[in-house]
Structures are given as C-alpha cells and as structure tokens.
Write a protein that binds this ligand. Sequence first.
Ligand SMILES: Nc1ncnc2c1ncn2[C@@H]1O[C@H](COP(=O)(O)OP(=O)(O)OP(=O)(O)O)[C@@H](O)[C@H]1O
Length: 306
Amino acid sequence: MYVIIEPIQSGTFSTVYRAWDRRGQRYVALKVIPAEYYRDEIETMRVLRHRNICPMLDFYGDETNCILVLEYCSLGDLCDFIELSRGRGYSAIDVRQMARQIRSALCYAHSLGIAHRDIKPENILLTADGNVKLADWGHAVQGQWSSDTDVGTDAYRSPETFFGKRYDNFKADYWSFGLTLLYALFGKTPFNCPRNCDGTVDPYPNCCENFASFVQDPHQFMYQFYIKPFVESPDASFTGGSDTLPISEIIHICSAVVENLVNIDARKRNLDEFIRVMERSSSQSTGCAFQSESSIRLPPFLRLKS
Ligand SMILES: Nc1ncnc2c1ncn2[C@@H]1O[C@H](COP(=O)(O)OP(=O)(O)OP(=O)(O)O)[C@@H](O)[C@H]1O
C-alpha cells in the first residue's frame, strides 16, 4: 500500500521515509520507530486534530517496528529549511505567521491537557503552501505537571526541567517555543544546555557561559548575542527568516520573546501576552521600539550604536 521512495531523516528514535500512498495517490511520510523506542506517540496522535499539527493518516506495525503514516510536509523541517536558505537569499519565513500557527497548535494541545515537551526547529514542519505543522509527539505527556528530567532537547529545554522538582509542562513548552522563534529569526540558539558541568542545576547554572550571562541580564545578553552581530554585519552568515522583516521589527519580536517566553521565571511566561505584544508593530510599541530612524526609543541594551 505504501511504496518507500527515499529516507528523509534518521532521528534519535526513528527513521522517516518519503513514500507513495497507492490508495490515496499522494506522498506520505512513514515514521518507522523500533519497538524498543516506541512511546505513546500513536495514542497521542490519534487525539490531535488541528490544522497546524502534522496529522497521522494511518499506522501499522509488527513486533520489531511501529510505523506511523503522516501527512508529507514537502518543505521539510524548519532547521533544514534555514540551513538551505543560508546565503541563497530566498529565505522567506514569515516569522509572525509561524508564531501564530505554533501558538494555535500549542494552545489546542494544552487545552486537551497535552504538553509537547520537545518543541524545536527540527519538529516544526513546513508545507508547500507556507504553513507550519507541529510534529514529533513522541515526548508528549498528558498532564500539566511533571518532574521528569530526561525529556526534550537540552538546547531548547527550560532551566526548571533539569531540577527534578515539580514544574509546569506548558510553561516549559513556552520556553522551547521562544527559543525556536529566536532560531527562526537569527539562525542560531544561545544555550547548549542550561545546567552545570557537574550535573547540578541549582542555584542558577554557570557551566554554559552564555546562560550565566543571560541569567545576569537577559536583555543585555540578547543584544550582545543576537542584535549586535546582526546589525553590525547584516550580510554575515546568519539568517533565519529575518530578511523579510525590518530590524526594528526583529528587535521588537526578540524583546517580546525574552519578556514572555524565554523568561527564567516560568510564572512570567505568557503566550497570550507574547502574541499581543508581537502583533503590535514596533512603531506602536512603548517599550523598545523605533519611533523613526532618527528618534530611537530603545532601552540602553537595544541601542544600535552603543
Ligand atoms: N511528515 C513529515 N514530512 C516531512 N518530513 C518529516 C515528517 N515527519 C518527520 N520528518 C523529518 O524527519 C525528521 C525526524 O522526525 P521526528 O522528529 O518525528 O523523529 P524523531 O526520531 O522523533 O526525532 P528526534 O531525534 O527529534 O527524536 C524531522 O526533523 C523532519 O526533518
């Protein structure tokens, strides 16, 4: 029924193939998961129906493998898309639209009590018509609270998930969402892993130098890590989708991410507030925005020629 055409990617827990669905007369993605790695992905995917979540069309399997038949997203994942775009000048990600769509998918899943727990560019798939689909629900969990320390991807994991104490899975998703957006804007992430070399996580991490600076002054860090290099060498080796946005808007979105998503204090992460601030163009914003090229009303950390 499904004819394998080529492998797309081998992930940690699976191999994904592009295949032809003879009955449906369409391309599909087959995610082949060895039985020993299989978690509750099928059960989760059966429940999820949302335009920005990659749908499971079918599933089958035997004692060795479990195979999920997924809608095929022909532009691949966000990470690959940005890599391909580098230096080719055709990157055209509408970061605001992407943010709206991921938010919509997340709100939907959270309303069902499901946390994704591995949001990152590799799990944001792009369709030919420019929409995004949140994929890979293999780490998802039913329930808002947990104390698991072995889920997700370090560079995108929120600090509190390393502590072994009870934390809010939904707020942890917001952090990962924020870092994914920063990746989409700038083509890089700041933290390898927000914890100490010796494995301890408390008090605040000091192993990852970037993370230590971030904890000290998040806005100043963002300026140094993202905005300054961006402004000083606009043609340099970055970018994500930022070519489509003026610098003032990029700064505006970056600032909204730091305030409302990538915030050390999980209680201050607020998805609705993030979207509300993001939707205002930078010129309408009061906090950190250009009023015009000559009259810049930015807090000191975002002054471009400091
Ligand atoms: N429906 C799809 N359409 C196109 N490409 C896909 C699709 N599903 C997955 N892929 C590709 O395969 C990759 C791996 O898929 P997925 O993340 O589901 O596997 P995984 O084994 O859980 O990965 P991980 O290493 O994150 O655990 C994705 O990053 C993407 O590039």
